[in-house]
Design a protein around this ligand. Structure first.
Ligand SMILES: Cc1cc2nc3c(=O)[nH]c(=O)nc-3n(C[C@H](O)[C@H](O)[C@H](O)COP(=O)(O)OP(=O)(O)OC[C@H]3O[C@@H](n4cnc5c(N)ncnc54)[C@H](O)[C@@H]3O)c2cc1C
Length: 359
């Protein structure tokens, strides 16, 4: 029997694939509204994998995840669109900055070609190709897409249940000494859990279940806040518009994105959150707008209204930031740590890997 902790996109994929391969699977979820965690608060982008080193887990999982996801969406009628993405150098303050950005975008282009990402193009004067896009040079990535995340999650839960997965909500998994408990958050009663394998896919809280290793390595998840502002209108074409990625963080920079339902957003930025439940908007609109207007000349500050907040599960080991995903086995536990972006894209591949490890 396998117990999966958390019913976000990662736990749900793992549970579904394990049940399909004949395992008895329980998913234990602390929230009443499954999908409330990181998986319900992101950009919904299917990433091409251009940003990552080829030998990183992020790179491998992102490519394989994309490959598995598209036929899955088609088979299960999950709305998605391969709308492509533009990364622009945007407006620079100085000539030195402009030169650095030019070098950076060329490096990204070379990395993409090396990784085999198809049909990449570097274009000068991006505003001529995509109206309102600012900057001297842009990288066009036609492979990038978006997916309707709420429907994606619902389909996975349904397929999981049809394959025999049992989902128990309002129960929090706790580790104490060598024992594992499920605490019923309504009655406050706790029940000891026994399983052949426990999968820790609890997102922001995954460090708390990585208990016995804490003596040797201290894994810590620090929540990093990404705020989204809603935009009053959509661009006249359906393409994602990004700046170059941030140098000081794994965040991709404030970009233009849209949901398949029709809403357009700017987001997400990157700031440390006060806690793992700190979902309040904190960046004033005027400051936020400064980032957006470096890549697009389509909006006025008044077009932005408060949207939503997502928290990135930034992984630290003994106080040092790790950049990659970590899939880590410890006795009968498999821990999934630091599954930040491109975790949504990578989720079916991560699940495939975990199923291999369970055997
Ligand atoms: C701002 C932002 C934008 C992003 N954009 C993209 C993108 O465009 N494309 C992309 O590929 N990726 C993106 N990502 C990354 C992606 O969203 C995540 O990698 C993915 O959603 C992580 O899913 P998860 O299942 O690990 O976590 P979650 O969705 O948080 O699921 C974990 C679940 O575990 C439950 N839980 C926690 N502790 C316990 C416990 N002790 N007992 C029981 N249940 C528990 C929680 O309630 C939660 O439901 C983004 C992330 C952020 C933050």
């Amino acid at each position: 029997m396998v117990v999966v902790v958390g019913s976000g996109i990662i736990g749900s994929w793992i549970a579904y694939l394990l049940a399909k391969t004949g395992h008895e699977v329980y998913v234990i979820e602390k929230s009443e509204n499954a999908g409330d965690g990181i998986s319900g608060r992101n950009s919904g982008v299917l990433h091409s994998g251009i940003y990552y080193d080829s030998n990183s887990l992020k790179s491998k999982m992102c490519f394989r995840g994309y490959e598995l996801a598209i036929p899955f969406f088609e088979r299960n009628h999950i709305p998605f669109s391969i709308c492509g993405k533009v990364i622009t150098t945007g407006i620079s303050e100085t000539l030195t900055e402009e030169k650095e950005k030019q070098e950076e975008i060329e490096k990204l282009f070379e990395n993409g070609k090396r990784l085999g990402i198809p049909n990449l193009e570097l274009k000068s004067n991006p505003g001529k190709h995509w109206r309102h896009v600012l900057g001297n040079t842009a990288l066009w990535i036609p492979k990038t897409g978006i997916v309707d995340v709420p429907i994606y999650l619902k389909v996975l839960w349904q397929l999981g249940e049809e394959s025999g997965v049992k989902i128990l909500k309002n129960r929090k998994v706790i580790r104490e000494d060598d024992k594992v408990f499920a605490l019923d958050l309504r009655s406050n009663e706790r029940e000891e859990l026994e399983a052949d394998v426990f999968i820790n896919s609890s997102g922001l809280y995954s460090d708390e279940l990585c208990q016995s290793d804490a003596i040797q390595f201290k894994y810590e998840i620090r929540p990093n806040k990404g705020e989204y502002y809603r935009l009053k209108k959509q661009l006249p074409y359906e393409t994602l518009i990004y700046p170059l990625p941030m140098k000081t963080s794994t965040a991709l920079g404030v970009h233009y994105t849209f949901h398949l339902g029709g809403d357009a957003y700017a987001g997400p930025n990157s700031n440390w959150a006060e806690s793992k439940e700190d979902y309040k908007m904190q960046t004033p609109r005027s400051i936020y707008f400064e980032s957006l207007k470096k890549i697009l000349d389509f909006y006025e500050e008044e077009d932005l209204s408060e949207g939503y907040v997502g928290l990135r599960p930034r992984l630290f080991k003994n106080g040092e930031a790790l950049k990659d995903f970590l899939i880590h086995k410890e006795s009968n536990w498999i821990h999934l740590l630091g599954i930040e972006s491109p975790g949504l894209t990578s989720s079916p591949a991560i699940a495939e890997e975990v199923v291999r490890m369970v055997g």
